[in-house]
Design a protein around this ligand. Structure first.
Ligand SMILES: Cc1cc2nc3c(=O)[nH]c(=O)nc-3n(C[C@H](O)[C@H](O)[C@H](O)COP(=O)(O)O)c2cc1C
Length: 336
């Protein structure tokens, strides 16, 4: 049985499941490609989820799915063999089911439903976290999608712990389960919190106890210590990591108990250059590649000094060539 099949069956088997979180504007196909290829393809990433595809009142063209998830042209996996689920965001069961069917026909190995997005534009137009206020709607969308997607393809749900508090967490988890979700990923914050502390791993644990399906814990998993504490407080053994991946790409392999060293500055340089190369190969303009590089350095810089120092210099640069020259210089320069 392949790892993808094992994961699809039981993602909460200990040490098996550490997913790369979807991050709109960050985790594009090029990013997934280079991260999953790390350590000769033993990155430790069990699963990726695409950036969300917005579904509103009309069919989603195939081209949109292929843009969000170019891996659909390669069996729904990165070249290192990591499955990429297609994420859908919307509140109407009929159109969500319609979109899920198209994604499944294109070869998506799984469909993930986003009920966690806190963006005002999305919430005001009936999508993402706004559905957490009515768990029955989470159930209805999940059920409609589950009804049309072939049984072998997991339909998974991603939520926050609630809208303005975590009181409805158990109801939300049960709603997802009753709708037929294969598993549930929970970001341990409310919509109201956006990304502010504290993350509530205990609320994730309450949901886990209330349902039989696997629950994947997410939120602020920035190092092994956080993973251990989250496991203790939530009781979960399956995890999803988003922002931490940019500063600590080795965390996935470490979380799975594989002997992996932390990336050196040299490794990080190679990874960033590979990312830029991959973006260009995938058709990104130099302008876009420069923007993406700056973003990785900025977000990764919160966890690593070398990325932060590169960011301070590269953020002012206007061309990709100039940024690459800074990267290949011997050490991350001191700003100013
Ligand atoms: C820039 C950004 C974009 C995001 N886009 C998505 C998205 O498209 N779909 C989704 O389900 N969650 C999205 N998220 C939420 C993450 O998947 C994750 O739940 C959150 O960042 C908490 O995990 P972390 O602390 O490991 O980053 C996004 C988060 C960030 C920071």
């Amino acid at each position: 049985m392949s790892e993808a099949e094992r994961v699809a069956q039981r993602p909460d088997a200990p040490g098996l499941f550490v997913a790369l979180a979807p991050m709109d504007g960050v985790t594009d196909g090029s990013y997934r490609e280079v991260l999953s290829a790390l350590f000769g393809g033993r990155s430790g990433i069990s699963l990726c989820v695409s950036e969300f595809v917005r579904v509103i009142h009309q069919p989603v063209p195939e081209a949109v799915f292929l843009r969000h998830c170019p891996e659909l042209d390669h069996g729904g996996q990165t070249r290192a063999g990591v499955p990429v689920f297609v994420q859908l965001l919307g509140g109407e069961p009929r159109w969500m089911a319609d979109a899920a069917l198209v994604a499944a026909r294109l070869g998506a190995p799984g469909i993930d439903l986003n009920f966690g997005c806190p963006a005002k534009t999305v919430n005001n137009s009936d999508g993402g976290a706004s559905l957490l206020k009515q768990p029955r709607r989470v159930e209805a969308v999940t059920r409609a999608v589950r009804a049309v997607v072939p049984e072998a393809i997991p339909v998974t749900v991603k939520v926050r712990v609630g809208w303005d508090d975590a009181a409805a967490m158990v109801d939300i988890a049960r709603a997802a389960e009753q709708g037929g979700a294969s598993w549930l990923t929970i970001h341990g914050r409310t919509r109201k919190q956006l990304y502010k502390p504290p993350v509530d791993w205990r609320a994730i644990g309450r949901a886990r106890e209330a349902v039989a399906m696997p629950v994947v814990a997410n939120g602020d998993l920035f190092d092994l210590d956080a993973l251990r504490r989250c496991a203790e407080l939530s009781g979960c053994s399956a995890f999803m990591i988003g922002r931490g991946a940019m500063g600590r790409p080795e965390l996935f392999a470490q979380a799975r108990g594989w002997r992996t060293r932390a990336l050196s500055t040299e490794d990080m340089r190679a990874l960033l250059l590979a990312y830029v190369g991959q973006l260009l190969e995938d058709g990104a303009s130099e302008h876009r590649a420069l923007g993406r590089l700056k973003q990785w350095l900025r977000m990764g810089g919160m966890l690593r000094g070398d990325l932060g120092r590169w960011f301070e210099v590269i953020k002012r640069l206007q061309t990709l060539d100039a940024a690459r020259q800074v990267l290949v210089a011997a050490t991350p320069p001191c700003p100013g």
